[in-house]
Ligand binder design. Sequence first.
Ligand SMILES: N[C@@H](CCC(=O)N[C@@H](CS)C(=O)NCC(=O)O)C(=O)O
Length: 207
Amino acid sequence: MKLWLAPYAPNPRRVTMFLAEKGIGEEIEKTVLALPEGEQRQDAFREKSPLGQVPCLELGDGRILTESRAICTYLESLYPEPNLMGRDGFERAEIEMWDRRAELMFSMPLMLWVRHGSPLLGKVELNQNAAVADYYRDGAMRMAVWFDGLLKARPFIAGDRFTSADITVLAGMDFAKMMRWRPGEELPHLKAWRARMAERPCGQTPP
Ligand SMILES: N[C@@H](CCC(=O)N[C@@H](CS)C(=O)NCC(=O)O)C(=O)O
């Protein structure tokens, strides 16, 4: 299998963190694209990933998957242990619920804040808009408070064990370092969770 990714890109990092937690990071061939140079928009790559986005996974038989969560779902089926996405129907749905909340309401707003607000992303987000950056920052900060409250009563995003939902939150939060944001004393539970994540295989993966 081949995986296309890019440095500092949070969605491919969801996959590399997932691989790290499975302990199979070395088993997949990786190709690194330079997003600021527009390599993701070149025809050869678009034939694989029509939206010109990473991550992109190509199987040995040439079949392609894009979308970070879909790639993780497939990898979970190949490498079921340690389980990161649920063991039975209810648990799978519950983890998906938390993963989608994490992605849609927190990590994606964080990513859009960075895309629209960081001068370093000007060659990737070609329509940067400061008002859009502010809008998503405010939404993400409201959700940071919500997740902080959640983590007061549980050790992980989806409950009492580490899952793909933790990876999704971590990917967004680490990307937001580009805006010099990280949870501080005002978000003690999110800050403590981040410190725990740093000790895990996912926390050791390069940005
Ligand atoms: N929903 C997709 C989003 C993929 C995505 O936005 N990838 C970014 C990097 S994090 C990208 O390839 N951007 C290239 C561009 O915008 O030109 C996923 O979860 O994989």
